[in-house]
Design a protein around this ligand. Sequence first.
Ligand code: FES
Ligand code: FES
Length: 167
Amino acid sequence: MPVLTADARHTVTITLNGKARTGTAHPRLLLSDFLRHELGAHGTRVGCEHGVCGACTVRIDGVAQRACLTLAVQADGRRIDTVEGLAKEDRMTALQEAFNRHHALQCGFCTAGILMSLSDYLERVPKPSEEELRDMLSGHLCRCTGYAGIVRAVMDVTGQSTETTHV
Ligand code: FES
Ligand code: FES
């Protein structure tokens, strides 16, 4: 484990959405701030900054994690995937299309984090029950939608249907 100097900036290289990116960070800089302020990747949102709201969720080596609970220096050498990497050649993913169809967002502040969590979750649980899905979504705060559109979008994209409209 390297010893880092508190007041020095350290070189951090990550693979961001498939491309090598390098910046520098003090040891206490959060990954969320490194992405936004050092690398200019603003798709990742910052809400509570203490692991509660889920807005900052990114995938680290494929696993959805809070970027506000990860130090930038801990991400050195890792693969980081953010919402900017989901669409390919300007084509949205099926999940993004379903969000659009089912009005699963309003202000959109929570959306990047939810999409990143779902992109990991649906690889592991391709057909979640509504109960399982709502349990997973409980790790994300959305002030606008009441979650109903989000649930409908996921049920749709996983080939299921739901009549539910309540939270
Ligand atoms: Fe990271 Fe809220 S900003 S969980
Ligand atoms: Fe506004 Fe979720 S769409 S917080």
